[in-house]
Design a protein around this ligand. Structure first.
Ligand code: VGL
Ligand code: ZN
Length: 197
């Protein structure tokens, strides 16, 4: 049984959004087209409270894309994005959401960012997605969406570590590519035995 995980195809990660990924919207029709090929479709939604600790605006003397040391490790600081209930946090209007069996929200804990669909950035606090996939008999996962070098990467590495046969359709992803993050992410995924398709 094979699940499709559609990561963070939200307005703020698409052109015109607060943390726009170049050509982020170019992958949407291709994602819609493959949904019917899977036994389950799961959408994730980055979902931060206002004033989230991953926002540069929450820290004195910090700018977007600066790094900071959090209790759980180094953290990139982002422009305010995907604030709960805003238009920026909504799915892109071209994304077909009706085929989704489940929507997983993440990043709602004010003190911890959550790139991965499985665990918060402390690598310990679960979102519940693992249990959902296992109880539905899913053995394989394919990931698509935004951004390849952050949320797709972290989600794929966690999926592989949890024992799911994990594929990333890189043609249906786009990257932020911050200071070499794309090359690093590809290496991390390969090291975790993620199939890059
Ligand atoms: C993401 C940075 C901050 C992502 C989410 O979806 O890749 N990146 N929040
Ligand atoms: Zn975020």
């Amino acid at each position: 049984m094979h699940a499709l995980l559609v990561i963070d195809v939200q307005n703020d990660f698409c052109p015109g959004g607060a943390l726009a990924v170049a050509d982020g919207d170019a992958i949407i029709s291709g994602i819609n087209a493959i949904m019917a090929d899977f036994d389950a479709v799961v959408l994730t939604q980055d979902w931060h409270p206002a004033g989230h600790s991953s926002f540069a605006s929450s820290h004195a003397d910090k700018a977007p894309y600066d790094m900071i040391d959090m209790a759980y490790g180094p953290q990139v600081l982002w422009p305010d994005h995907c604030v709960q209930g805003t238009q920026g946090s909504a799915f892109h209007p071209e994304l077909e959401t009706d085929p989704a069996d489940l929507i997983v929200r993440k990043g709602y804990n004010p003190a911890i960012d959550s790139y991965s669909a499985f665990f918060e950035n402390d690598h310990k606090t679960p979102t519940g997605l693992e249990g959902y996939l296992r109880t539905r008999g899913m053995t394989d996962v394919t990931l698509v969406g935004l951004a390849l070098d952050f949320c797709v990467n972290y989600s794929a590495v966690d999926a592989a570590k949890l024992g799911f046969k994990t594929t990333v359709r890189t043609d249906l992803c786009r990257a932020i590519d911050l200071g070499g993050s794309l090359a690093e992410a590809k290496q991390a995924m390969r090291n975790a035995s993620v199939i890059l398709d």
